[in-house]
Ligand binder design. Structure first.
Ligand SMILES: [Zn+2]
Length: 367
């Protein structure tokens, strides 16, 4: 499955993205990149940071909707068995007679709904589901920024802008933004950098353009490697991954899990229905949610690497970084299919396969 995934990502990102990036280079570097620091209290005691807290989870809301569906289905089941046998037979016969029309109407509704929410994504050359407006995503991201910053100032320290590590990461990010200033999605956004004083070798981004880099990452990565990692975070925002993955999760819940939950709770007693729904939810999470997440990470790796290449970094540093990560984190386990990210080895091989495209890009950028 991974080889298929890699092959697909290499082919779709190597040509159109390189073309777009070279266009962006030619279209001009108009101004220096800008970044700002969040206005938060910085000096708080250093404590262990729970990285899971930083990830946006949508599970609880999904569970509530499923519980509603199961209770609704159980109510239908209760009402059904209260009906006289003759009436039940009549309804069952009618459903059998019109089953094709019912299925066709359902599929038409779903098709219309999805087709109205599909957008062509020029970065990937794919039609993608975006259910939420950018304004909604931004509003949610702004709230998320406030929550994450509050959580971090409680649990650890954020580095001052004068700190050497902050200045180093800011320099790397500034170079990256400057080189890719011709990309609309980069030029038209206000990017912010937060450097967290924590040994985790990690970084993440919020949809509003807040990039969080941990000092542990800055300690093990050289400037070129740091640029590739920050490029990965920029790529998540450029490719609108937050909107897309939330749209996919929402569609799976609304169009798949909720109808299945209703059917199961009509067909089965309450407790068995709840158990079956939980199993379905888990299967969908592993098969759709996690697979999608790994695929988007692979995309961000590819685009981020090319953004960094456009900033004239040493393109051999990408897979060297993932080799270092493999040494730090140890070999991948057999439960890779339960991970949100591809293994370090796969990421390294993927980045390595993109070197020829990155070198071509650097020729165009006259690096
Ligand atoms: Zn990522």
């Amino acid at each position: 499955m991974f080889s298929l995934l890699l092959a697909r990502n290499v082919s779709f990102l190597s040509i159109p993205t390189a073309a777009r990036l070279s266009m962006s280079y030619i279209s001009g570097k108009r101004s220096l990149a800008y970044y700002k620091t969040p206005n938060v209290a910085l000096k708080t005691p250093k404590q262990s940071l729970q990285l899971q807290n930083l990830v946006c989870h949508t599970g609880r809301r999904g569970f509530t909707s499923l519980l509603t569906a199961v209770i609704g289905g159980a109510a239908v089941r209760y009402s059904w068995f209260k009906l006289p046998p003759e009436t039940r037979r009549r309804y069952a016969n009618a459903a059998r007679t019109y089953r094709l029309a019912i299925v066709a109407a359902g599929l038409c509704l779903i098709g219309t709904f999805l087709s109205r929410c599909m957008e062509f994504d020029p970065w990937t050359d794919l039609w993608r589901l975006f259910l939420f407006s950018e304004r909604t995503v931004q509003a949610l991201a702004d709230k998320e920024v406030a929550a994450v910053l509050a959580s971090m100032t409680e649990k650890c320290c954020l580095l001052e802008t004068e700190h050497p590590t902050y200045r180093r990461v800011a320099g790397v990010m500034s170079r990256l933004l400057y080189a890719n200033n011709g990309v609309d999605e980069i030029r038209n956004r206000r990017w912010s950098l937060v450097v967290v004083d924590h040994p985790a070798v990690n970084a993440f981004v919020l949809a509003s353009g807040f990039i969080f880099v941990f000092s542990g990452l800055a300690a093990v990565a050289n400037d070129d490697q740091l640029s590739i990692v920050v490029g990965h975070e920029l790529a998540h925002v450029v490719l609108r991954h937050t909107n897309h993955i939330n749209s996919v999760n929402f569609a799976v819940h609304l169009l798949c899990l909720t109808p299945v939950s209703v059917v199961l709770s009509v067909a089965l007693p309450f407790l068995e229905a709840m158990l079956a729904v939980m199993v379905c939810r888990l299967v969908l999470y592993v098969c759709v949610g996690l697979t999608k997440s790994r695929s988007l990470e692979t995309e961000a790796d590819a685009l981020g690497f090319l953004l960094a290449a456009n900033a004239c970094v040493d393109v051999t540093q990408g897979y060297l970084f993932w080799e270092t990560m493999s040494e730090i984190e140890g070999p991948s386990t057999l439960t890779w299919w339960l991970e949100t990210h591809p293994t370090n080895e796969i990421r390294g091989r993927h980045i390595h396969s993109l070197i020829p495209a990155a070198v071509e890009l650097q020729k165009l950028a006259k690096c």
